[in-house]
Design a protein around this ligand. Structure first.
Ligand SMILES: O=c1[nH]cnc2c1ncn2[C@H]1C[C@H](O)[C@@H](CO)O1
Length: 368
C-alpha cells in the first residue's frame, strides 16, 4: 500500500525534515501487527491489512476519546513482546528515513507496553517479565539499530499518561537513567478532555524533571481549553506544547507564549480527525500561528490511526493554508532549534538543514 509522499523524492517538501511529535505506538505498521499476532497465536477480528486497517484507522472527524479507543485494537499484540517492541522501533526509523526526516523525537508510554512492574497491567495481558525499564531498553536498541541502518538520528520522549498519575515518577526516573542512551524528554499524554488539572503525581514528576534538567513537553490545548496550556507552562514548566491549538482562545496567554518563542508541536491531519479543530483546514489555527510568526513544527502524531504520512501534513498546509517552500524551511529550522538535542548536536542538525536548503545567510529564516 504505497501512499503518496512516503517516498522522499516525491514529497510536497522534498528536503530534509525534522519531526518532534509522533507516538511510537501510533506509528506501528499494520503488517507488523498482523505478523506478530500470527507468531504469538493472537486472534484478531481481521486478518488482511485492508480489513484490519478499517478497524484501526479513522476516516471522519471524531472525539479525542474515541480516537484513543483505537489503540485497543492492536496494543495487546505488541505489548509484553520483546521482539515486537524492538521491531516497531527499528521499523519506525526506516519509515521516517523514507519520508525524508533526518531527525525525529518519538514518544511512547513504557508502561503501556509492559507486563511486569506496572499497576495495572494494560490490555488484559497476563503478567510476564517485560518491565517499563525493559521496554525503554528495547526501544533504545531498535532506534539505535535503525539509526545505523538508515542514516538518520532518532531520540525518544517518555510519556506520562493523564489517567495514570501513579506512573509518572517512574517516567522521570527512566528519563534520568536513559538520558545518555537516547531519551531526551518527558511528556504528558492521554485524554485531556477527561481531566483538566494535572494530578499531583504528574506535578511531582515534572518538578523532579526540572530539578534534574530533563526536558519537558506537555500535550495541552489539543481539545482542552487554554487553561490546560497555562498550567503546562506555569506549573509543569513545559518547554514545548504538544498541539496547543486552543491557546489562541486566550489572547493574553497566546501573546505571552509568542513573546517567549514557545514551540508548538502542530499536527494538522491529526487535529482534524480527533475533532480538535474545525475540519475545514482553511480555518485552521495554524494559519494564525503562521501569520503571527509563531515557533511551530509539522508532525504526524499517530500515522497508523490517521492512515497518514508526514507528507499529508505538508500537503494540507500547502493546499489549504498556502504554506510555501520558504515557510517549510523556516518551520523545520524552528523545529531543529526547539529540539531537545544537546547544543553541539543541535548545531550539527541546523547545519545539515542549512546545507539541504542551500541557505547562505544561515539566520535569516527562523525566529529565536
Ligand atoms: O493526540 C494525542 N493526544 C493525547 N494522547 C495521545 C495522542 N496520540 C496518542 N496519545 C496517547 C495514546 C498512546 O498510547 C500514548 C503514548 O504514546 O499517548
Amino acid at each position: 500500500m504505497a501512499k503518496r509522499g512516503t517516498d522522499k523524492q516525491h514529497a510536497t517538501f522534498a528536503k530534509d525534515k525534522v519531526e518532534l511529535h509522533v507516538h511510537l505506538d501510533g506509528a506501528i505498521r499494520l503488517k507488523t501487527i498482523l505478523e506478530v499476532a500470527k507468531r504469538r497465536g493472537i486472534a484478531l477480528p481481521a486478518d488482511t491489512e485492508e480489513a484490519f486497517c478499517q478497524l484501526c484507522t479513522l476516516k471522519e472527524p471524531t472525539t479525542l476519546t474515541d480516537f484513543l479507543s483505537k489503540f485497543n485494537q492492536f496494543m495487546h499484540v505488541i505489548a509484553g513482546d520483546k521482539k515486537a517492541i524492538k521491531r516497531i522501533a527499528y521499523e519506525f526509523v526506516e519509515t521516517k528515513a523514507k519520508e525524508g526526516v533526518v531527525y525525529v523525537e518519538v514518544r511512547y508510554s513504557p508502561h503501556l507496553l509492559a507486563n511486569c512492574n506496572v499497576e495495572p497491567i494494560s490490555w488484559n495481558q497476563r503478567e510476564g517479565d517485560v518491565t517499563p525499564d525493559k521496554v525503554v531498553q528495547l526501544v533504545n536498541q531498535g532506534l539505535s539499530e535503525g539509526e545505523k541502518a538508515f542514516g538518520i538520528k532518532a531520540r525518544s520522549i517518555l510519556c506520562c499518561m493523564r489517567h495514570m498519575p501513579n506512573w509518572s515518577m517512574d517516567i522521570v526516573e527512566l528519563c534520568k537513567k536513559y538520558r545518555n542512551d537516547g531519551v531526551v524528554a518527558i511528556d504528558l499524554a492521554g485524554d485531556e478532555s477527561l481531566n483538566c488539572e494535572a494530578f499531583p503525581g504528574h506535578r511531582k514528576a515534572y518538578e523532579e524533571a526540572v530539578r534534574s534538567c530533563i526536558h519537558r513537553t506537555v500535550h495541552a490545548g489539543e481539545v482542552g481549553p487554554p487553561s490546560v496550556v497555562r498550567e503546562a507552562v506555569e506549573v509543569l514548566k513545559a518547554e514545548r506544547i504538544g498541539h496547543g491549538y486552543h491557546t489562541v482562545e486566550d489572547l493574553d496567554l497566546y501573546k505571552q507564549l509568542l513573546e517567549q518563542n514557545m514551540h508548538f508541536e502542530m499536527c494538522p491531519v491529526s487535529s482534524k480527525l480527533t475533532g480538535a479543530c474545525n475540519p475545514d483546514f482553511t480555518k485552521h489555527p495554524i494559519i494564525r500561528f503562521r501569520e503571527d510568526g509563531a515557533n511551530f513544527s509539522l508532525n504526524t502524531d499517530d500515522p497508523l490511526i490517521f492512515n497518514s504520512t508526514l507528507d499529508m501534513d505538508y500537503q494540507v498546509t500547502k493546499q489549504y493554508m498556502g504554506f510555501t517552500e520558504k515557510e517549510f524551511m523556516r518551520l523545520n529550522i524552528n523545529a531543529a532549534k526547539s529540539s531537545f538535542l544537546p547544543h553541539k548536536e543541535k548545531k550539527d542538525l541546523l547545519n545539515r538543514l542549512y546545507e539541504s536548503y542551500g541557505m547562505v545567510d544561515k539566520s535569516s529564516l527562523a525566529t529565536g
